[in-house]
Design a protein around this ligand. Structure first.
Ligand SMILES: Nc1ncnc2c1ncn2[C@@H]1O[C@H](COP(=O)(O)OP(=O)(O)OP(=O)(O)O)[C@@H](O)[C@H]1O
Length: 359
């Protein structure tokens, strides 16, 4: 468990949070620019000494102002990855990696050099000078270097923000592997919903230095009262289980928790029983009062409207729809909502136009 109660001010900005994050997996801090995400990370790292804070990481107290405890940053077993990796330019990639690794006593090393290189796909770069690496390669080396210090906590501050979308797509699978293969908890700052959907297990939504919501990723994304649900790329992330595969049409059939109908998606084959993370965006879901089977849309679920709420765009409304234990968000025009008589409790059909399989 990671506990961070922080109370501090920077002029007009005040941060007042009490975070309780799981001691494993990826916790994302999400919020607009200036909401206090980086300040939280800097307090966790001890780079900022909040006058009133209590920070405890898996049983180790890093700060407790009431008891006068403040562990200096270099005494905290943590790795910090920034937007742009600050590598030692006079050392090769190997030199950069070995620098952190040598500082850790052999018995305390959690990650081997080969393992870090393999995880980040950087074996072929080991003898290169850092000056001529691409942005994505630098970032992968920076992450490997942080891992080789065997941290008890990895802090990542928008590690993909400086990369273009192609490089970002290139690096995301490596971050997913870290998550699956290493037992190091990560606190990941981002204001990109797609990154959060792919990587996070736990989500904290910050606004003006306060926590608006905190909880497991799925249920937190479903909340219509949080600002993310009103954004253009709002959607839910669901853990689906593979039910079967149609090799003729190359369609994977997935079971959503408690739903009667399958979710079918064009995909490569996967074994029955495999668990996949899928994202269903609110803008890809429409509502109909009848099953409307003569349609090119593959996925149609019997749903009950659970909640109706406003969207950022006043011409739209946001709906949460229940299919068994699965909640789906939908964005439709206010006009259509009135025409269909959409109210909480209405039984209807949700049609899903597109599904992203994330992992
Ligand atoms: N060293 C500082 N001195 C004074 N004010 C600061 C300092 N660092 C941050 N702030 C202010 O604190 C507030 C929160 O900043 P912070 O960097 O934590 O936000 P953020 O959510 O990480 O934003 P972004 O997404 O833009 O990085 C902002 O209003 C910022 O101007």
């Amino acid at each position: 468990m990671i506990r961070a109660r922080i109370d501090m001010t920077y002029g007009a900005f005040s941060l007042d949070v009490d975070l309780q994050l799981p001691g494993r997996g990826v916790s994302a801090l999400f919020g607009d620019s200036g909401s206090g995400k980086t300040t939280c990370l800097r307090c966790l790292a001890g780079l900022v000494k909040a006058p009133d804070a209590c920070i405890e990481v898996n049983g180790e107290v890093w700060q407790d102002s009431a008891r006068g405890i403040f562990l200096a940053p270099h005494k905290r077993a943590l790795g910090y990855v920034f937007q742009e990796a600050s590598l030692f330019e006079h050392l090769s990639v190997r030199g950069n990696l070995e620098y952190g690794w040598r500082r850790i006593k052999p018995g305390q090393r959690k990650v081997a050099l080969d393992q870090a290189c393999d995880l980040l796909g950087i074996e072929h770069l080991l003898e290169r000078q850092t000056a001529n690496l691409s942005g994505g390669e630098r970032q992968r080396v920076g992450i490997a270097r942080a891992l080789l210090t065997s941290p008890g906590l990895l802090l990542m501050d928008e590690p993909l923000a400086a990369l273009d979308s192609r490089r970002k797509a290139e690096i995301l699978p490596y971050l997913e592997r870290l998550h699956d293969e290493l037992d190091i908890p990560v606190v990941y700052v981002s204001h990109a919903q797609d990154e959060v959907a792919r990587l996070a297990d736990h989500l904290v939504v910050l606004q003006h230095g306060r926590v608006l919501g905190s909880g497991p990723l799925g249920p937190t994304l479903e909340r219509l009262d949080l600002p993310m649900a009103r954004e253009a790329d709002a959607g839910v992330v669901v853990q689906a289980t593979v039910r079967g595969y149609d090799p003729v049409y190359q369609l994977l059939s997935l079971q959503l928790p408690g739903a009667v109908e399958p979710l079918r998606v064009a995909h490569t084959p996967r074994a029955v029983g495999d668990r996949l993370r899928v994202k269903i965006q609110a803008r890809d879901v429409s509502l109909s009062l009848s099953p409307d089977e003569a349609s090119s849309i593959l996925n149609r679920f019997a749903v009950t409207v659970e909640q109706v709420s406003t969207a950022h765009n006043p011409a739209h409304v946001q709906l949460s729809l229940r299919a068994g234990e699965t909640l789906i968000l939908a964005r439709i025009t206010r006009y259509s909502a009135d025409q269909l008589g959409v109210v909480a409790g209405l039984q209807a059909w949700a049609q899903i136009k597109a599904v992203a399989v994330l992992a």
